[in-house]
Design a binder for this molecule. Structure first.
Ligand SMILES: *Cc1c(COP(=O)(O)O)cnc(C)c1O
Length: 226
């Protein structure tokens, strides 16, 4: 096992300005500790309970990212725990975050998850509904959107590149416009098997699990109903 070496190797590959998120879902704190010692301060989890539990038992200066689908009834547990919600994927969820964070007069930072591959099995906003969704974000007082996140369909490099390119186009398009509560700073795309392609196409944040911590025992990746 070489968590430190894995991180060092990835860091030499990614250009400055691209952030590395260590996706630590299903992994024990001892693994996270190795990553922490290698300098990692941003960790990604896909389940709320796991994020909360780990955050309460780990270094205080870590920034916790929620990268998996978020059920509305779990939003309340994230207050004061989550640094960035990558998976803002529905109007219902937006409304719940606004309500829950509003109650304690806090603000949630989030990325709009776009279902770029239009897959039934994945959550996320469809391109044609984006502006309607943005309209609702502009009416919020407790949600700040910092960019876009995508989980692309499985495919070969050419297919990956196409989805990353399209996402980057949307990101750039939104960047040219002025919306209340929205700034396009973070483009979260790319995982272990495709992060170099993602960076090539403009990613500013790559989410890497297997490439840092090794294989997981089950597929915990970005699907509905988990
Ligand atoms: C699990 C997961 C990752 C990391 O996947 P790897 O292939 O292990 O790098 C990235 N993003 C999301 C949304 C995930 O659920």
């Amino acid at each position: 096992m070489g968590i430190k070496q894995n991180i060092e190797e990835i860091i030499t590959q990614i250009p400055e300005g691209v952030k590395l998120l260590a996706v630590s879902k299903t992994k024990p704190l001892s693994y996270l500790e190795e990553a922490y010692e290698a300098g990692m301060r941003d960790f990604g989890e896909n389940k709320v309970q796991e994020l909360v539990k780990k955050s309460e038992n780990f270094h205080e200066d870590v920034r916790w990212h929620l990268i998996g689908h978020l059920q509305t009834n779990k939003v309340k547990y994230l207050v004061d725990k989550v640094y960035l919600i990558h998976s803002l994927d529905s109007v219902n969820l937006l409304n719940e975050i606004e309500k829950v964070f509003g109650r304690v007069n806090k603000t949630a930072n989030a990325l709009i998850q776009i279902n770029i591959g239009r897959e039934e099995s994945k959550t996320g906003i469809l391109e044609e509904n984006l502006y309607e969704f943005i309209n609702k974000i502009e009416k919020c007082d407790h949600v700040l959107v910092k960019g876009i996140m995508v989980i692309i369909p499985q495919g070969d490099e050419e297919s990956n590149r196409r989805y990353f390119k399209r996402t980057k186009e949307i990101f750039e398009e939104l960047k040219t416009k002025k919306f209340k509560n929205i700034s396009m700073e973070i483009l979260s795309m790319g995982m272990t098997h495709d992060y170099m392609t993602a960076i090539d196409e403009g990613s500013t944040l790559v989410r890497i699990g297997t490439g840092i911590f090794g294989e997981r025992n089950y597929n915990a990746g970005g699907e509905k109903n988990e």
